[in-house]
Ligand binder design. Structure first.
Ligand code: CP3
Length: 340
């Protein structure tokens, strides 16, 4: 069993820096496109055989140090009956956005065993097939709230911010409900066999630190408490939020490419692990460019224990597979240590 990822997340010595990619399963792989065909993504997530196969596809291509279960952050919300579809090229669309107290009350609790048995079955099967750790995941309350309130992807999250400031009590109830749903979703994945989890607060970088502190941070510790497996806490554009995110929880903080890894690590603190942070767009360029930028990340990580190599955000659909394959090899070759 390759446990580099788990060791790095705990800050323990490793023989090489572990590497995996957010969205490592997806449209950049021809075998993924073939298997998915025209099938809707949320529908795909409900077929355990497809989830297992798609999760394994990138691992057959390159020696990644982790698998991430193929699912979506909207899955637990769809599972409790929120009318959601995911539009190709656009993202999640919520038919009746949440704007009033009744809408929040209508969000019922998640009972994973009954509401998302296919996800849990896929996780149990995957554990039997993998020789690297399996990562389970969830969207964070703010990021899910943004889709629910905006009704779809948003550039400025204007309605979400208006709601939190205009109706802080309603916002608090929404966050409380989402936190309960997400916690149940994470715990069930761990119970089914996930050996680490990642919480995606992808859009939280839209907030300033004082709004983060007031409208997001209070609910975050409940997601990480008593999980029994290491957790990664990730967001995009979070340079100014890193110390607050660290206090909010997670054994590792995931950072995007806008902040240099070494200065991010200073903000996060030496006692925490860090994950990141090559710009995914660079992977569309020549191998020479990918190599140069990847070595820059490794130089900033300085072979310190507690670094998990990843991109700053998900793999883009136009990415040449070969660049990722060479990137995995490069990270492994350049980070060999004889200590562990
Ligand atoms: O990392 C993995 O390999 C696991 C798979 C995974 C998916 N979604 C499958 C998926 C993960 C980790 C997610 C998380 C997710 N979903 C996030 C957080 C991560 C991030 O990127 O910030 C968010 C914001 C979503 C919501 C969502 N789902 C978006 C914005 C999209 C893209 C829509 C598009 O077509 O561009 C999706 C659809 C989606 N979920 C795809 C995949 C592979 C791509 C669409 C497809 O394959 O048809």
């Amino acid at each position: 069993m390759n446990d580099r990822l788990l060791r790095a997340l705990r800050g323990e010595p490793v023989d090489r820096t572990p590497v995996w990619f957010m969205r490592q399963a997806g449209r950049y792989l021809p075998e993924y496109r073939d298997l998915r065909g025209e099938r809707d993504i949320l529908e795909t997530c409900r077929v355990p055989e497809l989830v297992v196969e798609i999760t394994l596809q990138p691992l057959r291509r390159m020696p990644l140090d982790a698998a991430i279960v193929f699912s979506d952050i909207m899955v637990p919300l769809a599972a409790i009956g929120v009318p959601i579809r995911i539009e190709p090229g656009r993202g999640p669309i919520v038919e009746r956005p949440i704007r009033a107290a009744e809408d929040v009350s209508a969000l019922r609790t998640l009972e994973p065993g009954a509401d998302e048995p296919d996800l849990l079955e896929a996780i149990r099967t995957l554990r039997g097939e993998l020789d690297v750790p399996l990562i389970g995941f969830a969207g964070a309350p703010f990021t899910l709230a943004s889709y629910l309130v905006e009704g779809g992807p948003s550039r400025n999250h204007v309605r979400t911010k208006a709601l939190m400031h205009a109706e802080p009590h309603l916002w608090a109830r929404l966050m409380e409900r989402l936190t309960a749903i997400i916690r149940a979703h994470l715990l069930a994945q761990v119970e089914a066999g996930a050996q680490a989890v990642q919480v995606f607060d992808s859009w939280v970088g839209a907030l300033d630190p004082s709004d983060y502190e007031r409208f997001v941070q209070p609910w975050m510790p409940a997601l990480f408490e008593g999980l029994d497996v290491p957790a990664i806490h990730f967001g995009v554009g979070t340079g100014e939020l890193l110390t607050l995110m660290r206090e909010a929880g997670g054994d590792a903080i995931g950072v995007d490419h806008r902040v240099p890894l070494d200065s991010a690590w200073e903000r996060i603190g030496a006692d925490r692990a860090i994950q990141g942070n090559l710009d995914p767009a660079v992977c569309l360029a020549s191998w020479t460019a990918v190599e140069r930028k990847a070595l820059e990340v490794l130089e900033r990580a300085a072979m310190r224990d507690g670094h998990v190599f990843n991109l700053g955000h998900g793999v883009l659909p136009q990415t040449p597979v070969e660049n990722l394959q060479r990137l995995v090899d490069l990270v492994h070759e350049r980070t060999g240590r004889d200590s562990a």
